[in-house]
Design a protein around this ligand. Structure first.
Ligand code: PHE
Length: 481
């Protein structure tokens, strides 16, 4: 059963530029309604940023600046073992996202992606060493509850609280912070144990830090990562790799309709159709076009879409992000650290470290050694892969110790700002005015992508945009019939 369908009408021909999630979804939905689609993709693979790396794949990166030294473009040959995969782009799907509807419609099996794990660690600039999420949370909630309870009890909040409110607040805080009748936080079982409960008595984790120490840890960001609407558990991932979604879309569209290695060099809209020039081949014509390329690349393609459209596209500023996959021959994070999936949040330049949500207790496993953005991603992106690896391993040792550098079988990294035909992880708009213009077609050329939605950097954004654009295109075709 199909969640979304265009009804009635006379199918037309459409050129779709870009075989990322948005382009493939446009071709899929138009194809369901009988449209004649051709998808042009500059690179030699479909999926765009929805990239899953496995053994045998290669990663090619663009040179930086003058192409000298470390900035020279590099090629990595991925040597992960059988069954290991690395989602170098999108990796998690929230329950409310339309991406799950496409998984259901396309028969892509799902499993839980562990986004938050109280057994993982936090490490901020204000901390001397890593602390389990559960311990940091117990201390933070405990002291916050103590402060608030004492303030309420001492009458400091009487202007805001009725007597009944105060009673209820104190009751809430006794649970929230696990504070006793004295309202003092003194630690508790939520912090975890050095020796887990069993037949003998459990031994509580070390000494409780002082209020001043806890406040100096700066835990606000790292403890609330999975509270966001987009990041709340449970989250999901396709079994076997995120690219299962783009593979399923491409299968439905059909190989014959997808032309990889076809870089668009000019886009011309005319009263009766669209003409698209392709490097090394004859120009292609159709009645309509959907341009589903990154806006900063689209802005560079010559054509007659208009100076205002060009300026609007150029207002999209690409952001840097990078990920490193570390394949180990031993799942030490499970057997030694007892961390089964989830993320360690840090203030280090690696950003987040992710533990795999699949293959528990297997012989190998893939840890994401960094997932960073902005200046950190630019710094790692400017390095060759071996230097990225060395730097990330040194950071990871700060959390996991020596074992982080041992039993490593293979690794691969992707710097999204250096990916050919992509050149950015996602965009930020420097001027919102242009976005409104690009929501409408330029002549017979429509625009689609996550960059046109409130879900930038999510496949769901690309899919929502695709649905909107094909609906508008279809209504126009119906009207012009
Ligand atoms: N969707 C990406 C992720 O989940 C990027 C992103 C992060 C977007 C946080 C919004 C909020 O990592």
């Amino acid at each position: 059963r199909s969640d979304f369908a265009l009804r009635g009408g006379r199918p037309a021909s459409v050129l779709v530029l870009g075989a990322g999630v948005a382009g493939l979804a446009c071709a899929y939905e138009l194809g369901k309604a009988g449209y004649e689609c051709t998808v042009l993709e500059a690179s030699d693979r479909v999926g765009g940023r929805s990239l899953t790396l496995r053994g045998g794949d290669t990663v090619t990166e663009l040179p930086l600046g003058d192409g000298a030294g470390e900035a020279a473009g590099g090629v990595q040959r991925v040597t992960f073992g059988e069954g290991t995969y690395f989602n170098a782009g999108p990796a998690r799907i929230a329950q409310w996202m339309v991406t799950l509807d496409y998984c259901r419609e396309l028969g892509v099996p799902l499993e839980v992606f562990v986004n938050g794990n109280s057994a993982a660690y936090v490490l901020t600039d204000g901390m001397k060493g890593p602390v389990r999420v559960r311990t940091a949370r117990a201390d933070a909630y405990g002291y916050i509850s103590e402060l608030l309870a004492k303030a309420a009890d001492g009458g400091a909040l009487d202007a805001r609280l009725t007597a009944a409110d105060k009673e209820r607040l104190l009751d809430f805080l006794s649970h929230f912070g696990e504070i006793g009748p004295s309202h003092a936080y003194t630690g508790g079982e939520r912090r975890g144990f050095r020796v887990n409960p069993g037949v003998g008595p459990g031994a509580e984790l070390g000494a409780v830090p002082s209020l001043t120490e806890v406040l100096s840890q700066g835990l606000g960001r790292v403890l609330t990562m999975d509270a966001g609407y987009e990041q709340a558990m449970p989250m999901f991932q396709p079994v076997g790799g995120m690219d299962a979604i783009v593979r399923a879309l491409a299968r439905q569209v059909g190989d014959a309709r997808i032309r990889t290695g076809s870089r668009v060099t000019e886009i011309t809209t005319t009263p009766g159709g669209v003409e698209v020039a392709v490097e090394g081949g004859p120009p292609l014509r159709a009645q309509y076009c959907v341009a589903a390329l990154p806006p900063h690349l689209l802005a560079r393609i010559p054509g007659n879409l208009g100076a205002d459209v060009k300026a609007a596209l150029a207002a999209a500023s690409p952001l840097a992000a990078g990920k490193l996959g570390l394949e180990y021959g031993r799942r030490w994070w499970e057997t030694e650290d007892r961390v089964y999936g989830g993320a360690t949040e840090t203030d280090l330049d690696v950003g987040h470290i992710w533990y795999p949500s699949y293959g528990f207790h297997g012989r190998r496993g893939l840890v994401v050694g960094y997932y960073n953005t902005g200046a950190d991603a630019e710094a790692y992106g400017a390095l060759t892969h071996p230097r990225r690896l060395r730097r990330a391993l040194a950071q990871g040792r700060k959390i996991h110790g020596r074992k982080y550098g041992e039993d490593l079988l293979a690794s691969a990294s992707v710097s999204w700002q250096r990916q050919p035909h992509i050149e950015g992880a996602w965009v930020r708009w420097t001027s919102p005015a242009g976005v409104r213009l690009l929501q409408r077609p330029a002549g017979r050329v429509y625009f689609a992508g996550d960059w046109l939605t409130h879900l930038i950097a999510w496949q769901a954004g690309a899919l929502e945009s695709a649905r909107k654009v094909v609906t508008e295109l279809h209504h126009r075709v119906l009207k012009e019939a």
